[in-house]
Structure formats: structure tokens, C-alpha cells
Ligand binder design. Structure first.
Ligand code: HH2
Length: 263
């Protein structure tokens, strides 16, 4: 899944892709091997300010509409707002990627059911503005798994088809370095919950915490690839990445090695 942030303030690529540049970048990501594009009009980085619904729709919908006309791969909209998800699906998106796991608005689960789209339910402790202030868990792995199961059940109870649901541990969302590493080390346990898993570790801050040279987000591709490979080994269904060409190459080589393993 290639990331296309249509925001002025995303942590690693804010303000880079507006208007025609967005379409060019989308096509580049597909040529590099992206099988899904994830488009977002509101940054969820720690400390980010909320964006009004009309602004978010104006950022993402024209790009989704243009890409859908192009015959692009499946398009995902990264939003917590049901109105934005609705407008994105009407324009041609088929996946609602929600970092709040359908908790932002009370009607969100019903809207997801009505839209009939695929839904990514992500774990986050707290909310973006304050989530990194003091993350706390007794047992991060057990709590993230319990949360994801609870949100999947809530979505199913609202009428979302089970096979439309994806889960995501939410790397970096209300988590310390230890929390992130514990989740990355046990992704197999999240995969065992019985839903496809999406992993979003690309260019995140934990990489610089492990490797202090990687302060600039764009310098974190190697660490991002290491995390993507840990995800692939554990059985995740997709990785959400900025550096599509580099990640696709790493995954292809990893797959080829795996295919050559003897029983
Ligand atoms: N991470 C970000 C945004 N959306 N969605 C899912 N499902 N999983 C993630 O890990 C995830 C996500 C944050 O990264 P990015 O989009 O690059 O930055 P920003 O939120 O600043 O736009």
C-alpha cells in the first residue's frame, strides 16, 4: 500500500503533493509496485491539528475521482470522518482506513456498513494531538489484540461483513519505543486474530530511536524495510509505505528466498 498524503503538514512528506503533482506521484507509486493507494487529507502525526471536513474532502476527493477514472488499483481513504469516507467512496475509493477504528463519530460503524467498503480498524491509545504524552499499558500486546477484536465485533454488529475487515496495530499511535517493538516482534499474534493485517511502520519515529542517525523521516527507508520484512515474516497482508520501490524490491527478494526453502 503506497501512501499519498495530500496534506500540508504530514510528518515526512507534507505539502509535497498538490494538484497535478498528486496524480503524478500516485502513478509513480503504482509503477513502483503499489497494489493499493492510501490517500489522506488530514495528518495524524503526534500534535497534528484537526482539519474541517470540507477541507479534507476538497483535498482527497478530486484526486480519488481522477485516479478512479484512470483505472488505478484499489483506492483507500485515510480518514476518521464518516462524511469524508462517504464522499471518497462516491468518487471511487473502496477502502476506509480509519485510525480511530470507527470511534470518531457514533454513526461511523453504521456508515461503514452502509457503504459496503473494506475497513481498516487501527489501534490508537488517546488521540493524535496528545497520544505521545504518556502512553501506558499493563500488557501492550494483549490490550491491542483485545481492542482490535472489540472493534471488529462492533463493526460486525453494525452490519459490516466480516470479510471486509482489516486490523492494524497502529505503530506509533500512543506507544513508546518498547510498545512499538513488542508489537512488531509479535505481529504473528495479531495475524492470528483471523483478519488480514495492515502494518504501518514506514518512516516512523521509533526508527530514529533505534538508529539515532535517522533523524530525517526520508532517511528512515532502511529501517522501514526492516519492519516491513518482520511484518511479511509474521504474515501481514499489506504494508503501508512511503518508499514503494525499495520496499517492493526487499519483499520480492524475501519472497524468492522463502520460496527456495526446503521442507
Ligand atoms: N499511520 C499514519 C497514518 N495513517 N493508517 C494506518 N492504517 N496505519 C498506520 O500506521 C498509519 C495510518 C501516519 O503516517 P503518515 O500518513 O505518513 O503521516 P501523517 O499522519 O502525518 O499524514
Amino acid at each position: 500500500m503506497g501512501i499519498l498524503n495530500l496534506t500540508p503538514d504530514s510528518f515526512s512528506d507534507g505539502g509535497l503533493y498538490e494538484g497535478a503533482a498528486a496524480l503524478t506521484q500516485a502513478r509513480r507509486l503504482v509503477a513502483q509496485g503499489a497494489e493499493i493507494l492510501d490517500l489522506g487529507g488530514e495528518s495524524t502525526r503526534p500534535g497534528a491539528d484537526p482539519v474541517p471536513v470540507e477541507v479534507e474532502i476538497a483535498r482527497v476527493v478530486p484526486v480519488i475521482a481522477a485516479l478512479a477514472k484512470d483505472g488505478a488499483p484499489p483506492l483507500s481513504v485515510d480518514t476518521m470522518k464518516p462524511e469524508v469516507a462517504r464522499a471518497a467512496m462516491a468518487a471511487g475509493a473502496t477502502i476506509w482506513n480509519d485510525v480511530t477504528a470507527l470511534r470518531f463519530a457514533p454513526e461511523a460503524p453504521d456508515v461503514a456498513a452502509e457503504l459496503g467498503c473494506q475497513v481498516v480498524l487501527m489501534h490508537m491509545q488517546g488521540e493524535p494531538r496528545t497520544m505521545q504524552a504518556a502512553p501506558h499499558y499493563e500488557d501492550v500486546l494483549a490490550e491491542v489484540c483485545a481492542f482490535l477484536v472489540e472493534r471488529a465485533e462492533a463493526a460486525i454488529a453494525a452490519g459490516v461483513a466480516r470479510e471486509k475487515i482489516w486490523l492494524d496495530p497502529g505503530i506509533g499511535f500512543g506507544k513508546t519505543l518498547d510498545h512499538n517493538l513488542t508489537l512488531l516482534a509479535h505481529l504473528d499474534r495479531i495475524c492470528a486474530l483471523g483478519f488480514p493485517v495492515l502494518l504501518g511502520a514506514s518512516r516512523k519515529r521509533f526508527i530514529a530511536a533505534v538508529h539515532p542517525g535517522a533523524e530525517a523521516p526520508a532517511a528512515r527507508a532502511p529501517g522501514s524495510i526492516a519492519a516491513a520484512l518482520a511484518g511479511a515474516e509474521a504474515g501481514v497482508a499489506a504494508v503501508r509505505v512511503h518508499d514503494v520501490a525499495e520496499t517492493a524490491q526487499a519483499l520480492d527478494v524475501w519472497s524468492a528466498i522463502k520460496a527456495a526453502r526446503r521442507p
